[in-house]
Design a protein around this ligand. Sequence first.
Ligand SMILES: Nc1ncnc2c1ncn2[C@@H]1O[C@H](COP(=O)(O)OP(=O)(O)OP(=O)(O)O)[C@@H](O)[C@H]1O
Length: 310
Amino acid sequence: MGTAAVEVTDLVKRYGGTTAVAGLSFTAARGAVTALLGPNGAGKTSTIEICEGFRRADAGRVRVLGLDPAADARALKPRVGVMPQSGGVPTGARAGEWLRLMASFHADPVPPELLLERLGLTGAVRTPFRRLSGGQQQRLSLAAAVIGRPELVFLDEPTAGLDPQARRATWDLVAELRSAGVGVVLTTHYMEEAEHLADHVVIIDHGRVVAAGSTADLTDAQQELRFRTGTDLDTESLRRALPGTSQVTALPGGQYVVVTADPAGLGPEFLATLTTWCAAHGVLPEELRVQRRTLEDVFLELTGRDLRES
Ligand SMILES: Nc1ncnc2c1ncn2[C@@H]1O[C@H](COP(=O)(O)OP(=O)(O)OP(=O)(O)O)[C@@H](O)[C@H]1O
């Protein structure tokens, strides 16, 4: 089957006067992990809920496994697993009973006991959902999403609030789904999660895609140079000495970060200019290194550092 797992084209979603999704397009491949990243209120949940068939789009085209999630909801239900941000489990449902019920809707489910054990929920089988810890609730909701051996899963912030052990267990499960050929579309606020798991990263802001590609695509062209020195530097003088348009930022602890828009990048000539300037100013640049910027650096640069109100 040649179709993508998810194809979203020019999607628009409004709530009254608020445009939550403003002409958003992306593709998620089968057998791959696609991470939607974006600040609070960027439109990730609205987008994912339209793909899940829970909300109607105001405009645009959405195809999930080649089908329309609104018109073909029945056909998609057994093929798509969903982990909503809110958990999606009734508060009084006991963990074990709920999973067995979910399993009963599918022709060839994963045995509930296996999933309970995998996700460290064996001790909580008889506990009602509302009495589970936040992490246990997340894991039960994840188990319910994958119990039917779906071809595609949507995971809305699957590791929000989890401790490092539970986060790793979730990552392992996602990696296994991917190896088994399952398409995974997830949202996350954790950049290291996207770096660790995602084949394809889609950065969303104000309801639009601002960048998309693999982590390497997004960070490759983005190098920075760092060094430390005990001397207070005249950053403006250094900036003027460097080729192209560069930015020099002083951080606490005598750290300096240099980024450049020079097409030649942070190559040997750039380094030579920098060290020549340092020598002329009696500065020893310690721990000098050129490194790829992190996904978080790129994310903050694209979406800004201001807090979002929503
Ligand atoms: N049911 C609703 N009614 C009115 N406005 C809504 C509704 N759902 C979402 N919004 C608004 O739409 C915008 C996008 O919200 P959405 O939940 O899709 O963003 P998000 O990227 O998932 O955010 P977060 O990271 O905080 O979960 C926000 O301004 C939000 O307040």
